[in-house]
Design a protein around this ligand. Structure first.
Ligand SMILES: *Cc1c(COP(=O)(O)O)cnc(C)c1O
Length: 413
């Protein structure tokens, strides 16, 4: 994949993330952005106020490259604009971003922007628990019918899309959590493009993006993140992002965000923008660590499976991984012959890794999805998606992998 596939910028992403979006002269020459906590902004003239509202409310189209004057911080503020500009080069193929106060806020706002009454949303299973809840307990009662399709099952996904009536959204999460089953983004985007309703194809790219997987280059329209995970990387904040190549799409999403009031606050924007230049460094280290550990645990007598992309044996899964992922990423799962009791013993004995949900931080975290993050799924859903009693998910950090492996081995002994 070319390193410089972004829609603008004449430098590569690792350079652009440190050079665009922020003009030191607007922060008294400060090398890092100031934090602008103001809730409201002063207009030079009443005409300027009128124009800013007309642009923000979409009554007039902004001139090419024009940003509406700042009005009020629920709509946008300097730190959100800096962050949105800086994050764009990290997502190959992107032009525009909108930041939110959580990953769920980004997903919810995207769904509410494109969902219509009496329509359908096709989605892969398993999905993040919060997203599943959004579909079942909110969208469905409002008349947006959910059509679940199993992750990775290309034929079933094609059929799900083909048969969807008044289809407004196709939502993928790949790799799936915690089974790492991969869905062919390009194939799904092609099926969606053939549908007469032209549904918006959204990909929750939290697990492998923005460094290792580039949905916009594969035909997806919108990429969604829980920035709480790899983007922020230190398990100390909650944030979300929506990224797209379409200015029109981001305008529609931002106008919903204006209404809902779920923009990321200035301090959090400032924190997150300081993390962006190291996303690729951290993710590369995490992926290398995870690969070494996962491959070393293969064949351990207490484990029935080690789930990791380089260990896939299904030819279709291998094909998708090789086609759409640059590296396998920092998450692997292990499944114990001894079921829940063995999994809990392991979690109790591990010393370095912490037993916590969430993922993507510089510290290694372990969790037992069936009793925690996935406890809301029905028995049938759990069985169908392979979330077994003995499964433990591990999000590998940037510690020395040899210490982590030794720790896992003693906990398994
Ligand atoms: C954590 C997570 C979310 C939700 O993000 P929040 O920042 O917790 O709101 C959505 N999707 C995936 C894949 C996640 O891991």
């Amino acid at each position: 994949m070319a390193d410089h596939d972004n829609a603008h910028d004449d430098v590569r992403p690792r350079t652009a993330v440190l050079s665009r979006g922020f003009d030191p002269s607007l922060s008294f020459g400060s090398a890092r952005p100031a934090v602008f906590r103001s809730s409201t902004y002063v207009f030079a003239t009443p005409e300027a106020a009128e124009h800013a509202f007309a642009v923000t409310m979409g009554k007039i189209k902004p001139a090419n490259g024009e940003r509406a004057d700042l009005i009020y911080s629920r709509f946008s503020h300097p730190n959100s604009e800096i962050l949105e500009d800086q994050i764009v080069p990290l997502e190959a193929g992107a032009r525009e971003a909108a930041v939110f106060n959580s990953g769920m806020a980004a997903i919810m706002t995207a769904c509410f922007t494109f969902a219509r009454p009496d329509s359908t949303i096709v989605y892969t299973t398993p999905l993040y628990g919060g997203t599943t809840g959004l579909i079942h307990t909110f969208l469905e009662p409002f008349g947006v019918h959910g059509i679940p399709v199993p992750s990775g099952d290309t034929a079933a996904i094609d059929e799900g899309i083909r048969s969807a009536r008044n289809c407004c959204i196709v939502l993928l999460e790949t790799p799936a959590n915690p089974t790492l089953i991969m869905t062919d983004i390009e194939r799904v985007a092609e099926s969606a493009a053939k549908h007469p309703d032209k549904p918006v194809v959204m990909v929750d790219n939290t697990f492998l993006g923005p460094t290792f997987q580039h949905p916009l280059l594969l035909g997806a329209h919108l990429v969604l993140y829980s920035a709480t995970k790899y983007l922020s990387g230190f398990s100390d904040m909650v944030a979300g992002v929506a990224i797209t190549k379409s200015s029109e799409m981001i305008q529609r999403i931002r106008s919903r965000r204006n209404m809902f009031g779920n923009i990321l606050q200035p301090d959090e924007c400032w924190m997150l923008d300081s993390r962006l230049p190291t996303v690729a460094l951290r993710m590369n280290r995490q992926s290398k660590n995870a690969q070494r550990i996962a491959e070393a645990l293969v064949g351990h007598k207490k484990l029935s499976r080690v789930i990791y992309p380089t260990l896939f044996d299904d030819p279709e899964q291998k094909r998708i991984f090789e086609k759409q992922c640059a590296y396998p990423g920092g998450i692997f799962s292990i499944d114990f012959h001894g079921g829940k009791a063995a999994a809990f013993d392991f979690l109790r004995r591990v010393r370095i890794a912490k037993n916590a949900v969430s993922l993507g931080g510089v510290e290694t975290l372990t969790c037992h999805p069936r009793s925690t993050t996935h406890s809301g799924m029905s028995g049938q859903e759990l069985a169908e998606s392979g979330v077994t009693d003995g499964l433990v998910r591990i999000s590998v950090g940037i510690e020395d992998w040899r210490d982590l492996l030794a720790d896992f081995e003693q906990a398994l002994a």
